[in-house]
Design a protein around this ligand. Structure first.
Ligand SMILES: *Cc1c(COP(=O)(O)O)cnc(C)c1O
Length: 382
């Protein structure tokens, strides 16, 4: 395939896949985010050089810990990987034999607790290590005495999803930490998208979480990037279960399939540095400008109502900060319009929710917003 002469669009076409216009925001299935020119340039620059991966992982982790004001950190291939590796670190500690024995948990602490009201899609990563996920309390809630009673000899960790922290009936992170600390049980927080305001990224560790999992897809990093941060001994234990020194060391470590490229590692670090230094007000202003652009293009169209909204990371439409235009229809059905957008060439993938369509600006360029506006005008006049 004559790749050098081709742009991205041609490359996709040559393979027989269609590039899509991503009006949905950051989704793993759509490729995550768009790497910034700086992150891309860093990945390209490092492509020319080799490095000991152990050194790169140690030093990039130290740099992240310094940036976020936490004890230690380590880059992982995503937040789901961070949950998996963090759990395995709580099972095996710094014991190489145990890292090799996993996912057979015989003789190890092997239970990971989760409040029943906190069950969510990514808790599945826990069981992949060999650990057993045990629910505490009921859907209606969990009481402190229930969590205390659930902790035993075999308890390896507690998983606490940050986006469900404070859910009515459930114990808050502070309550969980207090109980867990007294029993020496680490608390793992999934804070995959908790990155704005940027100070909250390090806050979970400061609030007592022992390990915190972050996804790079949400801060403009690689789709297969992220990191874990927290207690130094546990981050050390993460390296004991991750992919390096599999051939050269003594142990066949559990995390070998979660290998990383040096280019990805550097892109995670550069994207994080950019995210922390970014003028986020300007980022929001840019979404508002694009929303206004689209609203203007659609103004006066019969049968369509457009409202600036915020499409949140947990997939709800709220008022602020605006990053999306929410469309409702009179005379057409939203699923029908969504289908027509998807059948466009190139296809437009928007958020369809009930009788509404959301056009989300998070990763759209201006010319793509113009294209979406033009298509919507055509669709509405059909
Ligand atoms: C996306 C996401 C993950 C997984 O992150 P990856 O970096 O894609 O592995 C985990 N938890 C939550 C809440 C997420 O939204």
């Amino acid at each position: 395939m004559p790749t050098t002469a081709m742009n991205g669009y041609d490359l996709f076409q040559h393979l027989g896949v269609s590039p899509v216009i991503n009006a949905s925001g950051i989704y793993t299935d759509l490729g995550g985010s768009r790497l910034s020119p700086k992150a891309w340039a860093a990945a390209e620059a490092i492509n020319n050089h080799f490095v000991r991966m152990t050194d790169l992982l140690d030093k990039s982790g130290e740099r992240i810990a310094e940036l976020l004001g936490v004890e230690a950190a380590r880059i992982t291939p995503g937040a789901a990987a961070a949950i998996f590796l963090g759990t395995a670190a709580c099972l095996a500690g710094n014991d190489g034999d145990k890292s090799q024995q996993l996912p057979d948990v015989t003789g190890m602490k092997r239970d990971v607790l989760i409040q029943a009201g906190h069950r969510y899609k990514y808790d599945r990563q826990v069981a992949m290590t060999g650990a057993a996920l045990r629910e505490v309390g009921s859907q209606n809630g969990t009481r402190p005495d229930q969590l205390e009673a659930a902790i035993g000899e075999c308890t390896a960790a507690i998983l606490h999803p940050a986006h469900l922290d404070g859910k009515p009936g459930t114990l808050t992170l502070e309550q969980v930490v207090k109980i867990a600390r007294a029993r020496g049980v680490p608390v793992i927080v999934d804070a995959a998208y908790m990155n704005y305001p940027t100070s909250i990224m390090g806050d979970y560790a400061r609030r007592g979480a022992d390990l915190v999992c972050i996804s790079a897809k949400y801060f403009g990093g690689p789709n297969a990037g992220g990191f874990i941060m927290g207690r130094k001994d546990l981050i050390q234990a993460v390296s004991n279960v991750h992919f390096t020194r599999y051939e050269s060391g003594k142990y066949l470590k559990l995390g070998r399939p979660l290998k990383m490229d040096r280019q990805t590692i550097i892109a995670v670090l550069v994207a994080l540095e950019e995210w922390l230094a970014m003028d986020h007000e300007a980022r929001f202003a840019s979404y508002r400008r694009q929303v206004a652009m689209l609203e203007q293009r659609l103004s006066g169209l019969m049968g369509l109502k457009a409202e600036p909204k915020c499409f949140t990371m947990d997939e709800r439409f709220i008022d602020e900060p605006v990053n999306c235009l929410l469309l409702t229809f009179d005379g057409k059905s939203a699923p029908q319009v969504a289908r027509q957008l998807e059948e466009s060439s190139p296809p437009i993938i928007a958020i369809l929710e009930g009788d509404k369509i959301g056009i989300v600006m998070d990763v759209l360029k201006d010319d793509e917003v113009t294209y979406i506006g033009d298509r919507l005008v055509e669709v509405m006049s059909e």
